[in-house]
Design a protein around this ligand. Structure first.
Ligand code: SF4
Ligand code: SF4
Length: 406
């Protein structure tokens, strides 16, 4: 069993790792550290998202670079790159474990049994070369039953008791996200959450950006979406649940914005500043692929309010991308299709392929869904056409995604 000692908010274990010297002594860091809700665990306000991380020497070096620059929280999942992400972190953080915090995720269904979940967690720990993770999340929850399952509950209690995890919760970005979050909060199942959240879901964005939006789009023809998600984040934060966010860049087409960027900042920094200055949010997980990106994102750490230039970036991004970019977790179209096509899931997987460049992962995810978008070909497109509050042309977007993914 791991022994836990709190030292300046950093968690130490009573294993031999505690005596290890860090490979990269941390200098005064440009990255803010925050306490994650009632857990009291101190983490960097920017977390290294490892969705794209592979078990290669270059990716291991990238993790070490981020750590040396002051990013001390790393977010992974058993399913990322078929376990390569966890393996790469295990290699990169060997000898550094006591200076970092880790999240990993298991996709647990209500029928998964407690002993199998323990075995899967132990596999993750082996890949990560550690005896514990700080945060264990049920991955991409889109039905309350997955968190309410007695097997999941028993698994979490046992893993905590055995020192294999410290805190637990759920992640989510699906169309049924808010009911899942509310149910889990009401049932006391959340120490922490990881949710898709960015400026476009913030009720304050429209007010701040109104002038810019009018200039660039000619009109302000939308309202803030997902007020229930925003209310949940407030309630969760007030209740001491640690709030981590993902999909901060709203689809990560930030390279399209390079032509407009100046020395004052970048689109990615603007989007990060927006989220990190939101009082409901503790920390943002963001996929890091290059050293340049690490440096770019770190410059947005700290929780400073977005500048006028930041707001202009965000509005311009909307002007460029709004008509082709689904708002993850919105779910307004979920009942609109008589054939039950999982619209936002297809668009999310399509985004992984088109915008994240993860072709193999996206194709496989789409195949696992049973390639459900092909039925749109013989549909009038009318039922879903009016469902989207952003006016996304759902049928043509699904057909385009289907072509790319098959
Ligand atoms: S085009 Fe038709 S089948 Fe496809 S999502 Fe819309 S309503 Fe459903
Ligand atoms: S397609 Fe439109 S309505 Fe459906 S989840 Fe995306 S943004 Fe919301």
């Amino acid at each position: 069993m791991a022994t836990w000692l709190g030292v300046g908010g950093t968690v130490l274990s009573g294993t031999s790792q505690a005596a290890s010297e860090p490979e990269h002594p941390l200098e005064p860091s440009p990255v803010r550290r925050i306490r994650l809700g009632k857990t009291g665990v101190e983490i960097s306000d920017l977390g290294f998202g490892t969705f794209a991380l592979r078990d290669s020497d270059s990716d291991v070096a990238l993790v070490r670079y981020a750590l040396a620059r002051g990013i001390t929280h790393f977010d992974t999942a058993e399913g990322y790159q078929d376990g390569e992400s966890e393996r790469a972190l295990g290699r990169a953080l060997q000898g550094e474990r006591n200076r970092v915090t880790l999240t990993t995720k298991l996709w647990a269904s209500p029928s998964d049994r407690e002993p199998d979940l323990i075995a899967r967690l132990e596999e993750s720990l082996r890949r990560l070369r550690t005896d514990r993770v700080d945060f264990l999340l049920n991955h991409a929850v889109n039905s309350p039953e997955r968190m309410a399952s007695p097997e999941w509950q028993g698994f979490v209690a046992r893993a905590k008791r055995d020192g294999k995890i410290r805190f637990s919760g759920m992640s989510g970005h699906g169309p049924n996200l808010v009911p899942c979050l509310k149910s889990a909060l009401a049932e006391g199942q959340l120490d922490v959450v990881l949710v898709a959240y960015n400026y476009i879901q913030s009720p304050d964005f429209l007010d701040s950006a109104r002038v810019w939006i009018q200039q660039q789009l000619g009109a302000v023809d939308w309202v803030a979406l997902q007020p229930e998600l925003v209310q949940f984040l407030s309630d969760a934060h007030d209740a001491g649940v640690g709030v981590m966010t993902m999909k901060t860049l709203r689809g990560a087409r930030h390279n399209d914005m390079r032509a407009f960027e100046t020395a004052g900042g970048t689109f990615a920094q603007a989007a990060l500043r927006w989220v990190l200055s939101d009082p409901r949010v503790d920390s943002a997980m963001i996929t890091m692929r290059t050293r340049t990106a690490v440096d770019e994102y770190i410059a947005a750490s700290g929780g400073k309010s977005p500048t006028g230039e930041d707001v202009a970036f965000l509005a311009r991004y909307e002007a460029l991308n709004r008509s082709t970019q689904c708002i993850q977790g919105c779910g307004a179209c979920v009942q609109s299709c008589p054939l039950g096509v999982p619209i936002s899931e297809i668009l999310r997987v399509g985004m992984y392929q088109r915008d994240y460049g993860e072709d193999v992962i996206a194709r496989r995810a789409y195949a696992e869904m049973g390639r459900p978008g092909s039925v749109c070909q013989s549909c009038s497109g009318t039922p879903c056409a009016e469902a989207c509050p952003t006016g996304l042309p759902i049928q043509s977007e699904i057909l385009a995604a289907t072509r790319r993914l098959t």
